[in-house]
Design a protein around this ligand. Structure first.
Ligand code: NOJ
Length: 552
């Protein structure tokens, strides 16, 4: 096996800092709160924390509107807090990944303040300014991701500026080399402070069509969908020149050693997604793969998408899987708490780097937020369509107390009624969702077959998904093979692996070869009540059950 990097072996845990732990009683989480709870990440068994933005920001989009790339917003603490946090993380063997938001700044960023001063401003071309269309009105039909035209008129200069998100988030002009240089300097600022990598926000948005052509209508659009779905974003995103920018980012990271990771946030169909590995793998290390979030939860569809993804990967491209994030319904809300356990087993036994969203390791549900308390600007812009992202951003639950141990003040979002879903109680409960995550992460650490091994789907029907992970072990030429069987249905199911597995040529040697007739050993069930030898014959799964099996 070639040498592997930490981000290939490891598991990433996303922290939304507003909601992790509030150390100063203002109802909003902060960096010191994260530092105090790094032990939770260690106990869970993850390897890296990706922290959503904590930079100075007016918070129009809760930190995704950056007013200074090289600082810490006072809500979250100070640069010294950050230095303490990263030092402590490294002491504990954890890596820190920051959120880099290069597509747009805040409209309060000094660069934009200067840019909007007039057509002659030295920073005019740092953003995307265009004259009105010939007959008046916005330069083209591009729509903001948060609804309405993506062009904002500036009466003083008579021009429009482009914003793919809020009007408070003007897009930078990445065709301007001065912008590229300034943003590389921002990366270096954090690399100097020891960060281990970046998750790059909406990386496929950075370069837009040079001619600003209209986007074509989306034939699949129907009433009730968000505005952004009206057009296919073929000219406003995913342009070939993006790869030159990504190369610059990679070079900037590489100057700090070979193991800093570059992750791209990309929502594109799989064949375009994998293009972001770049030619000769010079693109991002990990184009975030959100398919498990977006797909409907049925065994046939999930098995197919796993297979298609594996087939689509370029040679040497390292896979990754994401089950939740701060922009999407929580997994327990999407598929229910029983299937969320099956999904956790899937996430942590597939080939590729897993990303866990904070709270999903507890089975936290989406917390309904009444319209009057809505915080998310997208929900406020397009109310009633179900686009709001507050429900998945609610405070982490540390204990069963009314404020969940998150704050002594008033939490910025409601905590929700399910008191039993919390770190303290779930740590004490050997069958909890938290215990399941610990067990699976422990298994992943202990068995290279799971973290690094090859992947092979086993044909199944109905509600079942099954696959093998295999890895050569040391000198002796033996091979470790683990088999995963998942029941995505709510009925008992059965899979005759005996013939299938042992009759399979590649399995007929090494450790497996000796196990003929020796049956199966269950390493872990999602129900956490079944370990050890299995009765001879087909494997039986209970409703909503997943198993990791070894032979013999
Ligand atoms: C993607 C982020 O994940 C999302 O939360 C944010 O609103 C947009 N980018 C704009 O930065």
């Amino acid at each position: 096996m070639e040498s592997t990097l930490w981000w290939q072996r490891g598991t990433i845990y996303q922290i939304y800092p507003r909601s992790f732990l509030d150390s100063n009683g203002d109802g909003i989480g902060d960096l010191e709160g994260i530092r105090q709870r790094l032990g939770h990440l260690v106990a869970l068994g993850v390897d890296a924390a990706w922290i959503s933005p904590f930079f100075p920001s007016p918070m129009a989009d809760f930190g995704y509107d950056v007013a200074d790339y090289c600082g810490v917003d006072p809500i979250f603490g100070t640069l010294e807090d950050f230095d303490r946090l990263i030092a402590e993380a490294h002491r504990l063997g954890l890596r820190i990944i920051l959120d880099f938001v290069p597509n747009h700044t805040s409209d309060q960023h000094p660069w934009f303040v200067e840019s909007r001063q007039g057509r002659d401003s030295a920073k005019r071309d740092w953003y995307i300014w265009r004259d009105p269309a010939p007959g008046g009105g916005p330069p083209n039909n591009w729509v903001s991701n948060f609804g309405g035209s993506a062009w904002q008129f500036d009466p003083a200069s008579g021009q429009y500026y482009y914003h793919a998100f809020l009007k408070e988030q003007p897009d930078l002009n990445w065709r301007n080399p001065a912008v590229v240089d300034a943003m590389m300097a921002a990366l270096r600022f954090w690399l100097e402070r020891g960060v281990d990598g970046f998750r790059v926000d909406v990386i496929w948005h950075l370069i837009k069509d040079g001619a600003f052509r209209d986007n074509p209508p989306n034939p699949g659009f129907s009433h009730g969908q968000p505005d952004i779905n009206r057009f296919l974003q073929i000219h406003s995103t995913d342009q070939p020149e993006i790869f030159r920018i990504i190369t610059r980012m990679r070079e900037t990271l590489a100057a700090y050693g070979g193991d800093r990771v570059l992750i791209g946030e990309i929502y594109l169909p799989v064949e375009r997604l994998v293009a972001y590995y770049g030619e000769r793998l010079a693109g991002v290390h990990l184009p975030f793969n959100f398919q498990l979030i977006l797909a409907s939860w049925n065994a046939r569809g999930i098995a197919r998408l796993i297979d298609d993804y594996e087939q689509a990967l370029p040679e040497g491209g390292w896979p990754n899987w994401v089950l939740g994030n701060h922009d999407q319904r929580r997994v327990a809300g999407r598929i229910g708490s029983a299937q969320a356990r099956v999904a956790a087993m899937l996430l942590l036994t597939l080939r590729g780097t897993p990303t866990i969203y904070y709270g999903d390791e507890l089975g936290m549900p989406d917390v309904p937020v009444p319209p009057a308390l809505a915080q998310d600007p997208w929900e406020r812009n397009e109310p009633g369509l179900g686009v709001g992202r507050d429900p998945e951003r609610t405070p982490m639950r540390w204990d069963a107390s009314p404020k969940a141990g998150f704050t002594t003040g008033e939490p910025w979002l409601p905590i929700g009624p399910e008191r039993e879903i919390n770190v303290a109680d779930e740590t004490a409960d050997p069958r909890s969702m938290f215990s399941l995550h610990r067990r699976l992460l422990g298994l992943r650490r202990a068995h290279e077959a799971l973290s690094l091994g090859q992947f092979e789907l086993i044909p199944t029907t109905g509600d079942l998904i099954a696959y093998r992970r295999r890895q050569e072990k040391g000198e002796g030429g033996t091979e470790e093979v683990l088999t995963v069987v998942l029941n995505l249905g709510s009925r008992d199911a059965e899979l005759d692996l005996g013939q299938g597995a042992l009759g399979h040529g590649a399995l007929g040697h090494g450790a497996v070869g000796h196990s003929t007739g020796a049956g199966w050993r269950c390493l872990v069930s999602t129900h956490l009540d079944r370990e050890g030898a299995e009765p001879a014959g087909p494997i039986r799964l209970r409703p909503d059950e997943g198993l990791v099996l070894a032979e013999g």
